[in-house]
Design a protein around this ligand. Structure first.
Ligand SMILES: NC(=O)c1ccc[n+]([C@@H]2O[C@H](COP(=O)([O-])OP(=O)(O)OC[C@H]3O[C@@H](n4cnc5c(N)ncnc54)[C@H](OP(=O)(O)O)[C@@H]3O)[C@@H](O)[C@H]2O)c1
Length: 270
């Protein structure tokens, strides 16, 4: 697994991590043990970057359980997501309980009340409870506001949607991130499952073999990672076999522009 520095922080993270939206929002011993198995599969594949949020129901708690006894092997990114500073304090306190007293990257989710929440994250960083600070948004319409936050000098990294069928981020956000030296985490690298739902037939993917790619999901992840402005992708999955498959996409050689164009052209396959 290749690692890349998360912006100017220089902290090396694996290029393929794991998201927890929907997949880790579970309750009960059996389901929670299954998520611990997913964490084991991720760590076995060197995917030690995990992304969560209080917006994802039980996900932070279940991820914390999955990391019990091995928290130090992981790089945990989570988020604060509320308009209320008091609730922000409560969310941060809960995350610190789930993640052994430290969050490696703490992001403002969807830029919600970022002017109120950034000072809380900065105080937690000063107290040694938070490593880096970031901001996220899924909506293209919010990119101008995201750019304002990026230019404030107060965030180390951003999390934005980027995949072979959604390239809006290439217009202003990725150039700005590169100029400012910010880390970039790509959410929805598989289009929240829409891009993997209709894989092209294997015969159409033969041109990917020289890149070590065996599946359509891997091709989509490698498509994102072949943009050097991206630090990491965080695909979510509930399947250990998909975890291993996704981890294998995090190795060079990366796609050239022509190969990226061929992969993007296949995203409309039906
Ligand atoms: N900040 C925000 O606003 C925001 C918004 C959205 C997402 N996110 C973050 O980004 C993460 C990723 O985004 P996402 O969960 O929306 O979508 P995604 O990772 O693009 O897609 C997830 C879907 O892809 C499938 N999948 C995963 N690996 C696969 C493979 N190798 N082959 C075929 N299918 C595969 C999964 O199904 P299986 O379970 O069957 O594998 C799941 O349905 C989230 O979990 C979350 O952490 C943040």
């Amino acid at each position: 697994m290749e690692t890349r520095p998360l912006g100017k922080s220089g902290i090396a993270v694996p290029v393929v991590g794991m998201g927890t939206w929907r997949t880790f929002d579970v309750r009960g011993a059996v389901a929670e043990a299954g998520r611990r198995d997913l964490v084991s599969a991720a760590l076995a594949g060197a995917m030690r970057l995990f992304d969560s949020s209080p917006m994802y129901g039980e996900a932070e708690r279940v991820l914390g359980l999955g990391l019990t006894g091995r928290r130090d092997t992981a790089f945990v990114a989570t988020k604060v997501w509320t308009h209320d500073p008091a609730e922000g304090h409560a969310q941060i306190a809960a995350a610190l309980r789930f993640f052994g007293g430290r969050v490696d990257l703490y992001q403002v989710h969807n830029l919600v009340a970022w002017r109120e929440q950034l000072p809380l994250l900065e105080a937690a960083r000063a107290a040694g409870q938070v490593g880096l600070i970031g901001a996220t948004h899924y909506d293209h319409a919010a990119f101008p506001e995201l750019a304002t936050v990026m230019q404030s000098g107060r965030v180390d990294a951003i999390q934005v949607p980027y995949n072979a069928a959604d390239t809006a981020v290439t217009r202003t956000i990725l150039p700005l991130a590169a100029e400012l030296g910010l880390g970039v985490i790509a959410m929805r690298p598989l289009g929240s499952g829409e891009l993997t739902a209709h894989p092209p037939p294997a015969a159409k993917l033969a041109f990917l073999r020289p890149f070590g790619m065996e599946t359509w999901g891997q091709a989509l992840l490698k498509w994102v990672l072949s943009d050097p402005r991206v630090t990491a992708v965080i695909p979510a999955t509930a399947r250990p076999d998909h975890v291993a498959e996704n981890a294998a996409a995090g190795r060079p050689p990366w796609f050239d522009d022509a190969t990226r164009a061929r992969v993007a052209a296949l995203t409309g396959y039906r």
